[in-house]
Design a protein. Structure first.
Length: 354
């Protein structure tokens, strides 16, 4: 029965008008091509690595499956790049091109273009990489009724650090957490960034917001206050919480910076206000927490002097553990949030390059 049905379908799909029936004007030739040209979009690399302030090319090329040409020439090619949000609920427009028309969107304006090294090259060039550029991008190519997509991940070299404000532990809703990271020259970290930081040894018992709205924390040394001594190391997940009402700490992500981070040599210790003015007098600004973490992690900055930072905290970065200076581990040591008017410390400054 199946063989008979197959033969019937063939006879229908390849029907030709016979010479002795040429008077039947309604008869037409019908050819069904199951293996005709099909548009394929390919990303030669699934992950691209870059750093803040740099330039990067996200690869994307398109082909027809049964031809070596870029397009059929029948329709104009439309290329659209979007960024996938961390929760995958929507896409953010980045760049669209069709013929001679080009349009970029949002904070990508003036920073994105197509490479177009060949007629089938839809690769996206992004200049002056920003922290928020981190993430997954979708390249979509449309020609007539055909379209296909490819996804490329843009990863940034950087460091994840936990942050809580002067008010203390668990005082930030999601929106406040985002602002807190921005204030410290960073952005709220993604799960992938926290996971990579955990693999590199980050251990922190306080739960913090991530960019997808989840609350998690990384444990490399299981212990009683952090899930119990008998649990396995990992990134512990509290799940998704109300972004307006729930309050936790936050994990921030920062990368390299275009400037100089340094400890200001000063004849005396300073109050917070004096520290701010001392940096300004030196042609700089008081440094932010993210700038200290970036200098420590990415540049190996090491100093055993506690100093004021912009948020009113006092910290110092140790890359070479030694007696009296974080003897057990390399870390950014946190002294606390001292009284700004009466406590005296040094200060860390940051001078941006023009």
């Amino acid at each position: 029965m199946k063989s008979l049905l197959f033969l019937v379908l063939i006879s229908v799909c390849w029907a030709e008008p016979r010479p002795d029936n040429s008077s039947l004007e309604h008869e037409r030739i019908i050819h069904v091509q199951e293996n005709g040209p099909r548009l394929l979009v390919v990303a030669e690399q699934a992950k691209i690595f870059s750093q803040r302030g740099g330039n990067v090319t996200l690869p994307c090329k398109f082909y027809h499956e049964h031809t070596s040409t870029a397009g059929s020439g029948t329709h104009k090619i439309r290329v659209k790049w979007t960024k996938l949000t961390s929760d995958y609920l929507k896409e953010v427009d980045v760049f669209v091109a069709m013929g001679h028309h080009r349009k970029s969107y949002g904070n990508y304006q003036g920073r994105v273009s197509l490479r177009e090294s060949s007629e089938n090259d839809a690769s996206l060039i992004i200049t002056n990489i920003k922290l928020e550029d981190y993430g997954r991008y979708k390249c979509e190519v449309i020609e007539g009724l055909e379209d296909d997509t490819a996804v490329v991940a843009l990863n940034l070299q950087g460091v994840v650090f936990p942050y809580s404000p002067r008010l203390g532990r668990y005082n930030l809703n999601f929106h406040e957490a985002q602002r807190a990271c921005l204030d410290q020259d960073s952005v709220i970290a993604s799960f992938d960034q926290l996971y990579n930081a955990w693999r590199s040894g980050l251990d922190w018992c306080n739960a913090g917001w991530l960019s997808d709205g989840s609350v998690q924390y990384p444990i490399t040394k299981p212990r009683e206050p952090c899930g119990g001594k008998n649990t396995v190391p990992g990134v512990r997940n509290y799940g998704f919480w109300d972004k307006d009402k729930s309050r936790y700490d936050v994990f921030c992500f920062t990368s390299n910076f275009n400037g100089r981070f340094y400890y200001l040599i000063h004849p005396t210790k300073l109050t917070y206000d004096e520290a701010v003015q001392a940096c300004l007098k030196d042609g700089a600004q008081i440094a932010k927490v993210g700038q200290m973490f970036a200098a420590w992690k990415l540049l190996g900055y090491d100093r055993c002097d506690a100093g004021w930072l912009a948020d009113g905290s006092v910290r110092y970065p140790i890359s070479r553990p030694r007696k009296r200076c974080s003897p057990n581990e390399a870390a950014v040591r946190f002294v606390g949030f001292p009284d700004k008017k009466h406590k005296l410390y040094g200060v860390y400054c940051f001078r941006a390059y023009n």
